[in-house]
Design a protein around this ligand. Structure first.
Ligand code: FES
Length: 157
């Protein structure tokens, strides 16, 4: 147990781990906006789980902060208020409903467009909540609306 405590304490000072608030405060707020290393992040508390996602929708920079949350196809999604794109909170995938014309009698079902929104890692320790930014080097479309250039693009969208 002591070992675990030591490891946790170490984690909290680990590079790239950002304290984002007290657990109770974040639960009460449900949605919290933070800027970490120049990146605008939305921290969501929903049904007992914390999520951290890029704050601006990959499609055209919509404010995910104001989106509803719904379970779609077994996955918790935030619905962008701008054009209603559905983004999974754990993977950042965009889901859409469609039919596969190659099927004999096509039925409407949910499909994924792939990962479009960058998702970050949330951890808790002793009532404190931390976010570690995603370091995946591959370009993810929501990257476009981050930073100074993103600000200009969001204003245009
Ligand atoms: Fe989010 Fe278009 S900006 S759906």
């Amino acid at each position: 147990k002591d070992f675990q405590k030591v490891m946790e304490a170490k984690d909290q000072t680990a590079p790239g781990l950002h304290f984002v608030g007290k657990k109770e405060e974040l639960i009460q707020a449900k949605r919290s906006f933070r800027t970490l290393e120049g990146r605008d992040i939305l921290i969501i508390y929903h049904e007992g789980v914390f999520h951290a996602v890029d704050s601006y929708c990959y499609h055209a920079g919509g404010m995910l902060q104001n989106g509803d949350i719904e379970e779609i196809n077994g996955k918790m999604c935030i619905i962008c208020p701008k054009h209603k794109y559905k983004i999974t909170l754990t993977e950042g995938e965009c889901l859409y409903k469609g039919k596969d014309p190659r099927e004999k009698s096509p039925v409407t079902r949910w499909y994924s467009k792939g990962v479009k929104q960058r998702i970050h890692v949330v951890t808790e320790s002793d009532g404190n909540v931390f976010v570690k930014l995603s370091v995946s080097p591959a370009w993810i479309e929501s990257d476009y609306y981050q930073g100074e250039k993103g600000k200009v693009e969001r204003a245009k969208a």
